[in-house]
Structures are given as structure tokens and as C-alpha cells.
Write a protein that binds this ligand. Sequence first.
Ligand code: R5P
Length: 298
Amino acid sequence: MSSLGNLDIVLVGPASPKLGHSLKEYGLEVVDLEYKVFPDGESYLRIPIDVKGLNVAILQSTYPPQDKHLIELFLALTAAKEQGAEEVVAVVPYLAYARQDSMFKPGESVSLKTIIKLIEDCGASAFVTFNVHKADRMKWFKIPGYNLSAVKAIADHLMELGLSDPVILAPDKGAVHLAEEASSILKAEYSYLEKRRDRETGSVQTFYRDLNVSGRDVVIIDDIISSGSTIANVAEIASIQGAGRIIAACIHPLLAEGAVERMRRAGVSKILGTDCIEGSFSEVTVAPILAEALRTIV
Ligand code: R5P
């Protein structure tokens, strides 16, 4: 494997156009993949340049519609490999299906394993993502895998909001490392809550505890916001305890239907996420972190 210092071009997939074009500001060469949908709904994809002998990165996030974005990724990886690219790096800022990373009930498909296998089988020679749900699952890749962190970009953005004596809260133990990383940049206190999710209904229970947030701004940070229930539970507890502003921050703002309203009702005044998922709350860009990584990894 060569190193991404030798990266020739970033091929930008249909799920990551803004992030892809932001990479140009950091000196990377970027070309859009050609993409269309046939009348029956199938995806068409074309690499509009000759990639023979080149080291390419394929940038394609896999947020909803996950299955479609994954197919586009697989088509692009396979096409690049078959057209003679030397290295084909799969850059997937948000990796779909990463939360089903165990057989929680007998007989379940461990979908993360299938996705990893497909990425590798399509010819990827390395894999790059941001804040994958469980970092240790990167070991499941046989190819080199890089799990970048977007927390610095989020913390830098939070810094500009002029927070008052902030407390950074992780909504569960799995997010403590995010709160810790953010708090070390913001020079703020951090804490966490205990959460339990019912695997049948998906409902989330968060255990009440004293958070010492009275009159202080609160940032709740998580890797993903999907239904918003995890954040809403913490926001309610912080509100009851007299918190000032309550900000919900995440790397991957999936924001399923009703999530924004649910968090607002619970007292969240601001929601922010990154362009790992391109949407209306993706105000933090990971472009500088990604550009730096793409320059130094291969
Ligand atoms: C799960 O452990 C994740 O880290 C997030 O907390 C979870 O995906 C958030 O989901 P929701 O917004 O549906 O509560």
C-alpha cells in the first residue's frame, strides 16, 4: 500500500457534493462522479476521467437513503478498480449500518460485517470514516481503516458561540470519549448519564442524576442523532436543573422525522452537526480534517 500523500484525485459521489467541493479549498483535486437514476429507480454511475494508474479516493457518505448511497459507493469503488486505479480509498464520512455491530438477539444479521465485506470486495484498498459508532469495530476491516474524529471541528465551532461556564454532557457511556475530547479543547467540565435502550421498542430511558448545570450552558454531544430521544431525555433533565442554553451537538445529524421537534420541546435551543451528513443542521465542516488525513494517510 502506498500512502495518501500520493493521492491523485478525489472522486465525489452524489451523497457528498458539498464536502467534496470544500476539499478544493485545501488543495485537493476533485472531480464529480457522473450520476443519474434510470426510470425504474436503478442508479447509473460513471467516472468521467481516466483513472488508470492513479491513486483515487471515492468520497461518498451513506446517510438515508442508506441503501441507495451504499450501492452508489459500491458501483464507484468497483468501477475505479476495474478501470485500473492503483489505490482506491473508500472515504465514507458516515458509515451506515454501523450500529448493528453485534448479534444482540440470536439470528440477527450483523449488518456492519456485511457492509465491511462489500466495501472490501468492491476493491477498496483503504477505508476512511469519521467517529464510527464503535471504534474497535474498525478491526473488522482487513484493509487499513482510519477512524477520524470530527470533535475538534465541533469544539472550535462551539467556542465561537460564547458559551457561559459550559458543561459538556455525554448522553451515555459510549459517548464519554466525545465529551472528554470536546471538554479538553473547550477547557470545560464534562459529565455523562446512564441510558438504557429497549431493544424491542427502541425506546430510550435515561437515569436522572444531579448534573450541577444550574445557570450554566450545556452541550450534549453524541456521535449520532437519529430520533432525538437520547438527546431529548438529557435536555429534559438539564432543563429541570436550571440549565442555561442547551445545545445538541453531534457528528452525524441523521435527524429522523420528528427529531428536531422532539429536542426543541425538551429545551434544546440549538442543534448542530457536521457535513459527514449533508443537511440543514450540518454547519460544521470536516473538510480540513479530512483533507489533512487524505494527504498523510496513504
Ligand atoms: C447510540 O448509542 C448512539 O450513540 C446514539 O446515542 C443514538 O444512535 C441516538 O439515537 P436517537 O437519536 O434515536 O436516540
